[in-house]
Design a protein around this ligand. Structure first.
Ligand code: PLP
Length: 379
């Protein structure tokens, strides 16, 4: 299989960098902090969790709690996984065969593209920077073939932070419905919209062949639980995914399921805390980028906790990212990480994250690197 460039890069640097300035999750919490939100009954239930195998679909109480985060779904529409990644892998491997065709947007989170490419022919459709990274809807329509089985989308998008407009989403669903295409929607950054009017519905609520992917990792800031799920009204597809999962994780970790249930029961509080942190951090990024108007074009993302600023100075932003990690301990994702096999991707954008506490220290170091080493080269 193709190496997953982002994970290869993270495996090298993520735990070595002093300042992780490109995290894709919100600041996490300890088991202790999460349990401090729990009622005495919830805490007791957690402490008595048997460390046995659990149900392959996911603990029924957890599936019910997840279903309640949708407008129209019930427990039977939810299948749990070990994180979002296992859900993407399972859905692509199960739905796509070599005679099928899939469409994905570019730039993307690499598994959205690489996994379909392992299974069948894939077309890329651009997210257009000049249109606030909206999908090229005309190209999308042209890309559809008689054997197109699946379109994969991810909004708020990694890396651009863009959200498809309500109008384009309606067009996309109409196209899928007309051609009987599955619409796989990676919604892991949902609930992190900076402007809530841009929030789009969860696809499983509004399209009968829609498959929604979500996880405790991003908006809830609990990636260590490794609890994700696929939600769909297509129960036949879910049943096929469950069979595939028998060859992967089989079932979730029991303590993780118990903790995820507690987190979902107290999600209002957790999301409030997380959104407040994002608001604070985005203001820090505004201040930082305003100091270097000749080096960066900074635009707020629509949502998520990552942004994709453009480098506008002299020289190569890939080299700047290398300098930052090697000499200043500051981790950003350089443009090469978002290279696509399907379409050209920008070589002047990099990914920065704003979900973690303490980004000010990383930004101070970033600024120091610019002042000491980079601005003198600008002439
Ligand atoms: C868009 C997107 N989908 C899925 C994932 C995978 O999530 P998890 O780590 O919870 O499996 C990520 C992680 O960065 C992501 O950015």
């Amino acid at each position: 299989m193709r190496p997953f460039a982002l994970e290869v890069f993270f495996s090298r640097w993520e735990f070595e960098a002093t300042h992780h300035l490109t995290a894709s999750d919100v600041e996490s919490m300890s088991v202790h902090a999460l349990l401090s939100l729990a009622s005495p009954q919830e805490r007791t239930a957690f402490e008595h969790t048997p460390l046995s195998y659990t149900q392959p679909w996911g603990d029924p109480h957890l599936c019910q709690a997840i279903a309640q985060t949708y407008d129209t779904l019930t427990q039977e529409h939810i299948l749990c996984f070990a994180g979002a990644q296992e859900g993407i892998y399972t859905a692509m491997r199960t739905l796509l065969t070599k005679d099928d065709h899939a469409i994905v947007f570019v730039p993307n989170y690499q598994s959205a593209e690489s996994l379909p490419l392992e299974c069948c022919e894939v077309s890329g459709v651009a997210l257009l920077e000049a249109q606030g990274w909206q999908p090229d809807m005309e190209a999308l329509e042209r890309a559809i073939r008689p054997n197109t089985k699946l379109i994969s989308m991810n909004f708020p998008n990694n890396p651009t932070g863009a959200i498809i407009s309500h109008e384009n989403l309606a067009k996309l669903i109409a196209l899928c419905r007309k051609h009987g295409i599955y619409l796989f929607s990676d919604e892991v950054y949902r609930l992190l919209e900076l402007d809530e009017r841009k929030r789009i519905p969860q696809i499983a609520d509004v399209y009968e062949k829609g498959i929604s992917l979500n996880v405790m990792s991003k908006a809830y800031g609990l990636p260590g639980l490794r609890i994700g799920w696929l939600a769909s009204r297509d129960t036949h597809a879910l049943a096929a995914f469950e069979r595939y999962k028998h060859y992967l994780s089989i079932c979730n970790s029991a303590p993780s399921e118990a903790l995820a249930l507690i987190a979902l029961n107290h999600r209002t509080q957790i999301l409030e805390r997380n959104r407040a942190l994002l608001a604070e951090n985005i203001a820090r990024l505004d201040t930082f980028f305003a100091q270097y108007p000749t080096l960066f074009a900074w635009n707020h993302p629509d949502g998520s906790c990552v942004a994709y600023p453009k480098y506008t100075g002299k020289g190569d932003v890939e080299a700047l990212c290398q300098l930052l990690i090697q000499e200043y301990g500051v981790l950003l994702l350089p443009p090469s990480i978002y290279h696509s096999e399907l379409l050209p991707t920008p070589n002047d954008h990099f990914r920065i994250g704003f979900g973690r506490k303490g980004i000010h220290a990383g930004l101070d170091m970033f600024g120091r690197c610019l002042e000491e080493k980079w601005l003198p080269l600008q002439g």
